[in-house]
Design a protein around this ligand. Structure first.
Ligand SMILES: *Cc1c(COP(=O)(O)O)cnc(C)c1O
Length: 394
């Protein structure tokens, strides 16, 4: 036996390689947008969470520059010590107005918002019921909390209800779900979840990471989309997707937010969001409010792509989607990787998503408001071209 305590790392990497699960970063050399520069070429970008095209928007960039000039590059401390600026409060008020909640709290990322919130709300005396396809940060938040965790099969309300029969054995119960499932693109059954939570005296946490700015009349998210604004919910989300910046948030009742400011370790013991990120997010929220046509263009693009695919490639195996995320199912990890690299060769950037992130391998396309209709047509043409090659038939 080797006496190198780190030898296992190389072995573990070899196993990852063998399963075709090995991952590498890909460098983008331009501003984010519908087209990007990669490896010296221009590619059509179907890989971004920047649904409204705001990450490269001049107004966000200028807001970040101005805030940096006034307040500096770093926030220098945690919010409760030296890190708090009026900008943070301004952003929290803007989020609360968008979500129509009492208040909101901004974290350094969506991941940290979920970790800190879940671990603050429940402990080992409590029960968590979690959708099987929830994002990694919900799952890890649940583990961190020490609560009993039951994963219910994806979207299975009947199963969830049977598990709730044991609700009374626990002190508190937290049901948690993504609203738009990030690697599939479908929606959670929010009205049914709200009913069950009320019936069984449970808290309900909904992660609106991919829905904020995208769903609902004003872009507030799936809660608004389902006409459930004002429901007693814990809404978590990110500033880094449709809002084009960086950071996360929780929106909810005044008591909830006050409690989190005192109990969420991932908020208390970490450095406050930078002035640049904070100011960019504030600018993004006002654009979401003032330019609903961006959201309309996004939905027009989504519907156009779906229509073209049904028309031209009815044999493609697409996962059910009700969002800008559209997944093409493929046989295995190796096929997904090959498809991804062939797409790139033909000028399309869209990532292969493989286990362990998801149970089955796929290519994940995300649509933006800033795609031209001709660019969507180009994607479909290239998919037709690839589909005629025998090895991609599933
Ligand atoms: C992206 C994502 C997060 C994490 O947000 P970050 O701000 O990137 O940390 C959390 N939940 C879901 C569902 C996501 O898709």
């Amino acid at each position: 036996m080797s006496n190198d305590p780190y030898a296992w790392i190389e072995q573990s990497l070899a196993t990852i390689h063998k399963a075709n699960w090995y991952r590498v970063v890909q460098t983008i050399d331009s501003r984010p947008g519908a087209t990007i520069q990669m490896e010296g070429r221009s590619l059509l970008n179907f890989a971004s969470n920047d649904y409204l095209g705001l990450a490269g928007d001049e107004r966000l960039i200028q807001a970040a520059i101005t805030a940096t000039q006034i307040y500096g590059a770093g926030s220098t401390g945690s919010r409760l010590l030296s890190g708090h600026r009026e900008l943070h409060r301004e952003l929290e008020r803007a989020i609360a107005i968008l979500k129509q909640t009492d208040d909101a709290l901004v974290f350094s990322s969506g991941y940290l918002a979920n970790l800190g919130t879940i671990a603050a709300l429940v402990d080992k005396r409590d029960l968590i019921l979690s959708d099987q396809y929830n994002h990694s940060c919900l799952k890890n938040g649940a583990l961190l909390s020490g609560a009993t965790i039951i994963e219910y099969p994806h979207g299975d309300i009947l199963f969830l209800k049977t598990q709730l029969e044991q609700r009374d054995r626990y002190r508190r119960c937290l049901i948690m779900t993504d609203s738009v499932f990030s690697m599939d693109g479908d929606l959670c059954p929010l009205p049914e979840l709200i009913d069950l939570a009320a019936q069984f005296n449970c808290m309900l946490l909904i992660d609106e990471a991919h829905a904020t700015g995208v769903f609902g009349e004003t872009g507030a998210g799936c809660v608004e989309h389902f006409n459930l604004t004002g429901s007693p919910l814990i809404q978590v989300g990110t500033l880094s997707k449709a809002l084009g910046s960086l950071g996360g948030y929780v929106a909810g009742s005044a008591a909830l937010i006050d409690f989190l400011r005192n109990r969420a370790a991932s908020w208390i013991y970490t450095t406050a969001l930078s002035p640049a990120d904070t100011a960019a997010a504030i600018a993004a929220i006002s654009i979401v409010r003032e330019e609903p046509d961006r959201r309309q263009k996004l939905w027009q693009n989504i519907n156009y792509l779906k229509q073209l695919l049904t028309q031209e490639l009815p044999q493609l195996k697409l996962l059910p989607s009700e969002s800008p995320i559209l997944c093409l199912q493929l046989a295995d990890a190796a096929t997904a990787l090959k498809f991804g690299s062939d797409l790139k060769e033909l000028g399309i950037f869209a990532p292969a998503i493989r286990p362990p992130t998801v149970p089955t391998s796929r290519i994940r396309f995300s649509i933006m408001a800033t795609h031209e209709l001709s660019q969507i047509e180009q994607l479909v043409e290239i998919l037709c071209q690839l589909n005629s090659q025998v090895h991609f038939k599933i």
